[in-house]
Design a protein. Structure first.
Length: 166
């Protein structure tokens, strides 16, 4: 199932979007409420952190069930700011893009005091997927890549040949 995320949660009813998306998603893997939390958090991260001023954001959610492997894949892709880009915008020091991912799934937060922003959501879903459900998570942001499998966290710094548009 492939869907474009609404432009913003204000211009559309984000709760209805997530509800409709979940109604079409096989929630047998991980359970409805766990999956709803994960999908909602991934969508909210786009709204809360990816926006580049004066530029419309393109973001998509994709899910596919591989019943023969008992695996559900959920992907969220956007052309927004990136985790390292958000840290740069917020004047947060980090060593490289992998370090920014480590900070992003840690307890460090750049959220403001707006109603929607909660902080530490990426950390929560990483733990829920990896540690709680023994699942797998891949986060790629700019040149940083984090692969989580169960409780194992492996960081990889990508070179230019792995970056789209290069």
């Amino acid at each position: 199932m492939f869907s474009k995320l609404p432009i913003s949660r204000i211009k559309s009813d984000e709760i209805d979007f997530i509800t409709c998306y979940m109604d079409n998603l096989d929630s047998g893997y991980g359970g409805y409420f766990s999956l709803r939390h994960i999908v909602s958090e991934l969508a909210n991260n786009v709204y809360d952190h990816a926006k580049i001023e004066n530029r419309p954001l393109q973001s998509y959610i994709y899910s596919k069930l591989y019943s023969e492997y008992e695996k559900l894949e959920v992907s969220v892709v956007d052309d927004g700011l990136s985790i390292p880009g958000l840290f740069e915008k917020s004047n947060v020091d980090f060593v490289d893009d992998c370090h920014s991912l480590e900070m992003g799934i840690g307890t460090f937060s750049t959220v403001s005091d707006t109603f929607y922003e909660r902080g530490n959501g990426l950390r929560t879903i990483a733990r829920l997927i990896g540690e709680g459900n023994g699942g797998e998570l891949l986060i790629i942001s700019r040149k940083g890549s984090l692969h989580i499998l169960g409780g194992n966290y492996n960081y990889y710094l990508l070179d230019d040949e792995h970056i789209m548009g290069h």
